[in-house]
Design a protein around this ligand. Sequence first.
Ligand code: HEM
Length: 216
Amino acid sequence: MNAQTGIMDRLRSGTSELHRQAESRPLQKQLGAGTLPRAALAAYMGQLLLVHDCLESCLDAQLHRDGHEAFAVAWQSLARHSENLREDLVAHGLEPHAVAPLPATSAVLDQLGRWSDAGDLALIGALYVLEGSMNGNRFIAKALQRAWGVDTAAGLSYLDPYGEEQRPTWAAFRSRVNAVSFTEDEASAILAGADRMFQAIGEISDEQNELLRDGE
Ligand code: HEM
């Protein structure tokens, strides 16, 4: 793939195998089938809250320093998913401030902090993964609603933040980030950030699933 190809296209093709693996994790399969128990969903959402909260703070921090223009371009007009997650946790009867990180969550939080301190564009790759996951999350929200026999979004707002605006929001994010020019080193950093976030979400899903299996 040549250096003229937009970064979003490189991310899509470069991580397609990681996406396939992510979809096939046991916890993700249960999410897709709508069979994940409510308490398990809430516990998983707690971990996602920590990750989103940290990424949002890291991206905010980049806007306050003379960093790469891509941070401002990418990090605009997107939902603050941590806010929906907080509401959802409360709807599930959990206290957002009381969530303790799993080991995989702690590891990725540390990584995000290091990238933030360095102004590393890997943060854009991490954002791509979490924002991109909203494409599938819409279907998961519908599967859970069907399984629970409800038509309310209570406890599920994180999974469907944009409603009918999902596709246009994703398309706009793709096209504005695709229009930014990156050096080959910068593109590599972004791709590495996406790989790391796919890995983190996979590990968090698996650690969460282990706890479920052990009945904790
Ligand atoms: C049951 C699990 C999942 C399902 C059913 C699912 C489904 C989907 C679907 C339908 C799309 C839209 C494809 C398109 O129209 O172009 C998508 C895109 C995406 N998903 Fe997932 N997904 C799942 C899990 C995940 C997870 C766990 C992550 C992140 C760790 C993730 C990250 C992404 C990303 C980054 C994209 C954007 C790909 C691109 O166009 O560049 N997905 N997913």
